[in-house]
Design a protein around this ligand. Structure first.
Ligand SMILES: [Zn+2]
Length: 75
């Protein structure tokens, strides 16, 4: 689990990632693996990002993600 800052505005994004393996069919024929949830926030002047978990393109948010969002909102 990544440490999300409690005093920063955090943006959540669903993204696909390529594993980089030349033999990987998923990356060659599609947009990559995923979707996975990533969090983005500012740390001073730097933009930081962290992997949160696997998403679901059908539901929009996975149950795991809902828990994380609730926890972030409760802070
Ligand atoms: Zn791949």
């Amino acid at each position: 689990m990544i440490q999300l800052p409690g005093d920063q505005h955090i943006t959540y994004q669903l993204q696909y990632r390529k594993c980089g393996k030349p033999t990987c069919r998923t990356c060659r024929e599609g947009q990559g693996h995923g979707p996975y949830w990533y969090a983005y926030w500012r740390d001073g002047s730097r933009l930081r990002s962290g992997y949160i978990g696997k998403g679901s393109s059908e539901m929009g948010t996975s149950s795991e993600m809902s828990i994380i969002l609730q926890a972030a909102a409760a802070r």
